[in-house]
Design a binder for this molecule. Structure first.
Ligand SMILES: Cc1cc2nc3c(=O)[nH]c(=O)nc-3n(C[C@H](O)[C@H](O)[C@H](O)COP(=O)(O)OP(=O)(O)OC[C@H]3O[C@@H](n4cnc5c(N)ncnc54)[C@H](O)[C@@H]3O)c2cc1C
Ligand code: FES
Length: 245
């Protein structure tokens, strides 16, 4: 874990209640590792964890939804303001686990960390199919970015305003199987349904309310086959067979 100061390069609304935050690191050579960063916001005791959506030397991109006071305060910050950020947190997806064809299944902003994974899978020469689920068309993010990388992208919306009407599991039933590994990120009930629907091996990125975000307070534990694990340190990504779903 490292502490850095990042300057806001842009912080723009890109979909309903959804913002893209681009941060420039204090060190232009810095490549941020890990799965998520933890942002300190003035007036808030606890940091707010956000997944890495994209990274390049000296710069990271995050996507976030305004769901409460912290993310609302974040959305009010402007270009040039400086944020205190803990980096290098969490164990991410294992791109090497996929041998040939990967299936990515995202619910809402679960698409953010899966986009970074998608780039890594393509760099490794893997074929990728992505299923992206949202409540409605106005919430869709990263569609063009995934289309630029993937062999196939299927959208699902609960209200039917774009793509398949229904849940991501409804969209899954329209696909020809053939992937050897799947990766999922989104609301817990969605990931449980995906892990039940898909027979092969895979992994899921969990979200829990976090205190320290760095392994000390044990407030983010989840049950696994080998006992309780900390989502912030031992995860947030866990193999399907480790989870007690
Ligand atoms: C590892 C990890 C990665 C995350 N990545 C992203 C991301 O890329 N984009 C994004 O928009 N959000 C992400 N989140 C969730 C994000 O951290 C919360 O939405 C944010 O902290 C809410 O802060 P707030 O002050 O606005 O809301 P609060 O006022 O604290 O809470 C508002 C609502 O959000 C729920 N909530 C708050 N924190 C969490 C949490 N950690 N997990 C689940 N629900 C929560 C609360 O139960 C409540 O219903 C991630 C969370 C974790 C643990
Ligand atoms: S949030 Fe403190 S141990 Fe995970």
């Amino acid at each position: 874990m490292e502490k850095h100061r990042f300057t806001i390069e842009s912080n723009r609304t890109v979909a309903a209640l959804t913002h893209r935050l681009v941060l420039k690191a204090d060190d232009p050579e810095l490549v941020v590792g890990g799965e998520f960063v933890n942002l300190s916001l003035d007036g808030f005791f606890l940091r707010r964890p956000l997944s890495l959506c994209d990274r390049e030397p000296g710069r990271i991109t995050l996507l976030y939804k305004t769901v409460g006071k912290g993310t609302e305060a974040l959305s009010a910050l402007r270009e040039g303001e400086v944020l205190d950020v803990l980096t290098g947190l969490g164990k991410g997806f294992d791109a090497a686990a996929c041998r040939k064809r990967a299936l990515l299944v995202a619910g809402g902003l679960g698409a953010a960390p899966l986009y970074l994974l998608c780039k890594e899978l393509k760099e490794r020469g893997r074929h990728v199919t992505a299923v992206l689920g949202f409540n409605k068309a106005e919430e869709i993010v990263l569609e063009e970015e995934f289309r630029a990388l993937c062999d196939k992208v299927v959208l699902a919306t609960l209200d039917g305003s774009a793509g398949v009407k229904g849940f991501v599991t409804d969209a899954l039933s329209t696909l020809d199987p053939g992937w050897d590994y799947f990766y999922t990120c989104g609301p817990l009930v969605m990931m449980k349904a995906v892990c039940r629907a898909l027979e092969g091996p895979g992994e899921a990125s969990l979200e829990e309310r976090m205190g320290c975000g760095a392994g000390f307070c044990y407030c983010c534990t989840c049950e696994t086959v080998s006992g309780p694990k900390r989502v912030c340190m031992d995860g947030p990504v866990f193999k399907k067979e480790e989870l007690t779903w």
